[in-house]
Design a protein. Structure first.
Length: 164
């Protein structure tokens, strides 16, 4: 089975958990997701350029600077500059999540394949993950029969109508 290496950038734990779960669901049965998380913008840039990732998902408004900067978080403009720098050095697809509506176009211009809003729907992210990774749509499994249904079906196979 194929392995998808995912780089996830952002400090918001709930968002990261949701994003990772959705990425795993999108790849279910087709690929195994190996996820690396970072909260810092400098680590995001370093990892994106030094390792072979298949997909990067970033919450540009949820990144922190390197420890020497003594700031609580980086500006969204700095995050977009970093995305632009990553895209200049690699072809890995980037999806941005939790992007304020006024900055969605800027995220696309910076090089993101998709910019999902602050309250994005998991189905939209799942669709984007499948699209950028070229994964086919999920195949629905046949419904499971209940025990009674399975017994009835077995009995129907055993009973053969008599011919006169």
């Amino acid at each position: 089975m194929k392995t998808v290496r995912l780089l996830l950038g952002g400090f918001e734990r709930r968002t990261n958990n949701l994003v990772e779960t959705v990425a795993r669901d999108a790849c279910f049965g087709q690929a195994v997701v190996d996820c690396v998380r970072t909260t810092r913008i400098d680590e995001l840039f370093f990892l994106a350029n030094r390792h072979d990732f298949d997909l990067i998902i970033v919450a540009p408004d949820h990144l922190v600077p390197e420890p020497s900067r003594k700031m609580p978080h980086v500006s969204i403009e700095e995050s977009f500059r970093t995305i632009r720098r990553i895209k200049n050095q690699t072809v890995v697809p980037i999806i941005t999540v939790c992007v304020p509506p006024a900055h969605e176009l800027t995220a696309i211009e910076a090089g993101a394949e998709a910019a999902l809003g602050l309250f994005f729907k998991p189905e939209a992210l799942e669709s984007e993950v499948r699209r950028v990774l070229n994964l086919p749509a999920q195949i629905e499994a046949p419904p499971q029969l209940s025990l009674a249904g399975a017994l009835l079906r077995a009995l129907q196979r055993l009973v053969v109508p008599r011919t006169p």
